[in-house]
Design a protein around this ligand. Structure first.
Ligand code: AMP
Ligand code: GLY
Length: 423
């Protein structure tokens, strides 16, 4: 069969790698893709938001299945456009992708269906938000309602900071229309864990757990980023916690979406905080995480095409999802200065060192081809993943492999997976 993947990051590289393992697949396209994805897929110069061109391409090339990697096209309704043209596509429709697209929607859903999450209020008026802050406790969390590249969340320690945050989000529109509405919520403490799940509208099948590192600097300092590294599984996500989450969070979320006549088919990524009062939902995403996919997919045993098809056909209850009994760590190699200012177009050396090395992967995020060389083309450049028999082993392997690649402004965190020492 022929598969089209929509997206261009490390996540889509990991998806392309996993799709390529399936004996059912004989051709992969990726739009727009990147220099690393070319190893598995023919990259097509169509942007992820060009829905009509993508659908026309899928028809013209008799694509059997399209997989949407990114949030923007999902929230924008790409799945509805494909379905209307009779094309098979993996991902939630627009009315279900709102689970990620609107924080106010997702918070109201959780409240209505009793799904554990931080206490909150939503506001469409800046003055009302400012009044509310006068009586609030600190720290407090401000969230722009819409998509903001993972940067629309502000944790404020004082009233002055929070007032400035409301101004940035709602009046200065730092995140554009994502800030027309905002959520102000209780600050939670605990360990964070990401659980990605496959969903077919009624059944939910969790993948193995992972943990992201969102801050730019060692020791969780510096600015928030798209993610500087991940490890999987999380040793803090125990069997008991998993049972609770399946019963009190995952299935109720899927049932709630069905009750609201917004059946969810695709991936629900549960961003959880393991608090003293039990696990609570921090956020929902409607897609694989980036760089969570880069540690979860290399450990997945099941043919991903079977799972994608079961999600579309509503037969996920017949799938036995299996993961390897090992661990993986991904260290993101970024351009120095990310997420603010950084140079691009710098030559990358050493990528060939990964060839033929079982259990080691280099997923491309921001790369391009220039004069026959691979050069940097973004803030997050590469995701170096390694597996190991346990987390400590995987971490040692990943940091060894980090040394195999070089580019002049290479920057990375040195403490990805350090928390596992406390487990
Ligand atoms: P989100 O995009 O909603 O996942 O938020 C980004 C990050 O902000 C999360 O990964 C957490 O580290 C942090 N965060 C979000 N909501 C809260 C909260 N209610 N309490 C504490 N930290 C939070
Ligand atoms: N790594 C976090 C995300 O993909 O949203």
């Amino acid at each position: 069969m022929k598969v089209l993947i929509v997206g261009s990051g490390g996540r889509e590289h990991a998806i392309a790698w996993k799709v390529a393992q399936s004996p059912k697949v004989d051709k992969i396209y990726c739009a727009p893709g990147n220099a690393g994805i070319e190893e598995y897929a023919e990259c097509v110069a169509i942007g992820a938001m060009e829905f009509d061109r993508l659908a026309a391409f899928a028809k013209e090339h008799a694509v059997d299945l399209t997989v949407i990697g990114m949030d923007d096209p999902l929230v924008g309704g790409i799945v509805d456009i494909f379905e209307a043209q009779g094309l098979r596509v993996f991902g939630p429709r627009r009315n279900a992708a709102i689970l990620e697209g609107s924080k106010a929607f997702s918070k109201d859903l959780m409240k209505k269906y009793g799904i554990p999450t931080a206490a909150y209020e939503s506001f469409t008026d800046a003055d009302a938000a400012l009044d509310y802050l006068e009586t609030a406790g600190f720290p407090i969390v401000l969230k722009a309602d819409g998509l903001a590249l993972g940067k629309g969340v502000l944790i404020c320690n004082t009233l002055d900071e929070a007032k400035a945050g409301v101004k940035e989000i709602m009046l200065d529109k730092k995140f554009g229309s994502a800030g027309n509405c905002m959520v102000i919520e209780e600050f939670l403490t605990g360990r964070e864990v990401s659980v990605l799940t496959f969903v077919d509208g009624k059944t939910v099948r969790p993948m193995t757990s992972a943990q992201d590192h969102k801050r730019a600097g060692d020791g969780d300092t510096g600015l928030n980023t798209g993610g500087m590294g991940t490890f999987s599984p999380s040793p803090f996500y125990t069997k008991e916690i998993d049972e609770y989450c399946q019963r009190a969070i995952f299935q109720p979320t899927v049932d709630a979406m069905a009750s609201e006549e917004r059946p969810f088919s695709g991936i629900i990524f549960f961003g959880l905080m393991l608090t003293e009062d039990g696990p609570k939902v921090l956020e929902y995403n409607a897609r694989f995480g980036d760089p969570e996919a880069q540690v979860v997919l290399p450990r997945m045993k099941t043919d991903i095409i079977d799972v994608f098809e079961a999600c579309i056909d509503g037969t996920l209850d017949q799938i036995h999802l299996e993961f390897e009994d090992n661990a993986a760590v991904c260290v993101v190699l970024a351009s120095d200065g990310y997420p603010v200012h950084y140079e691009k177009g710098i030559r990358i050396d050493g990528l060939e060192n990964f060839k033929g090395k079982d259990g080691y992967y280099v997923f491309h995020a921001g790369t391009a081809k220039k004069d026959g060389c691979i050069v940097t083309n973004g803030g997050r450049v590469l995701g170096v993943t390694a597996k190991g028999q346990d987390l400590k082993n995987a971490r040692a392997n990943a940091y060894e492999a980090v040394g195999w690649v070089s580019f002049a402004n290479k920057y990375y965190r040195h403490d990805i997976g350090k928390a596992i020492d406390e487990a």
